[in-house]
Ligand binder design. Sequence first.
Ligand code: 5RP
Length: 362
Amino acid sequence: MNNIPLLQVALDYTSLPQALVMASLVAPEVDIIEIGTPLCKAAGLEAIEAMREICPDKLILADFKTPDVGGLEATMAFDAGADMITVIGGAALATVEQAHEVASKRGKIMLMELTGVRDIVARATEWRRIGVDRLVYHREWDAQSAGREWAEEDKVTIRQLIDMGYKVTVTGGLTLDLLPFFADLPASVLICGRGIREQPDPRAAARQMRLAIAEIWSGNASPSPSASSSPMASASADLGAKAIRWGVSEMGLALTVDGRECPGCNSPARFCHGSRTDVRIPSGVDSRQFMTQLIANMGPGESQAVGTDTPGTFYLDVGALSRINENNVLGLLSATSVALQKVGHPTNTRAAMSVAHEIMSE
Ligand code: 5RP
């Protein structure tokens, strides 16, 4: 399967200071920080603003579970610094539409929360028609404490949703022990709250969770999502990385390798090795919006192949793709190009694809 879901930590606190302490502890080990619904109610926009301040480079989700006034609540959350929001599945279609429109216009993400929804596939069909493409499939806390277990039927429904084109987040009392049950599902994100927060060492618990996810979803015992070290794999990683480097250059983007001038991929003096390409974010582009878009454009589990760890730059890592083939390499380029266009920076996608195709056919 090889699509590695992202890990989201849910901060279901009623005290903002406690939530901030937990966020700073676990942030390095997770992909998305969730401001849980109780915290949204207790500390609201202040929680989003404070979380953005202490986790400037993380995706932040405000779990509003908005029931009405979708456009306004989405605007408030995004203005405060959130990248993602949820709308409750029972909301009127107009609410979903308005929240979705605000999210799309601002390059942000809206997810439908399935808590309490009985006719999931019927509702999901309506939402799909208006362009919604992300859902949170939930075993609710109260249902869990009343004895609801995860069951095969849940996976059947989740698979149906994925087949409809949804990226599905799975949540509800997830623990390390439960992960193997979901191993055959290409989930996009897994949320874990109590399973991390309530452990004696939450950071270690988050790290363990993330490693277990990588191990299970990459289908082998290696927790690293990077390309394997076999000569065949490293040759294809090298070719894929070359296609990416030429492709992004065709898009008019600058590669960043310690500021040195590139002597060319075929030069024996080349310094650009490995599967990863570092690229400068064009000036005038809002890096957070761009990264949100880029991650949203990647297929389920493929978002490990993109990221940012130095201000002003982002990376594309073919070694972290589920498979290094032409399709996936071109997909990485087109996701980059579409993300740039969505944030108002036009690029030459066709030229990038064409040069990458030539290189991948070498
Ligand atoms: C409750 C939620 C929680 O954030 C979600 O269930 C994840 O927390 P946990 O892993 O503790 O179940 O949305 O409604």
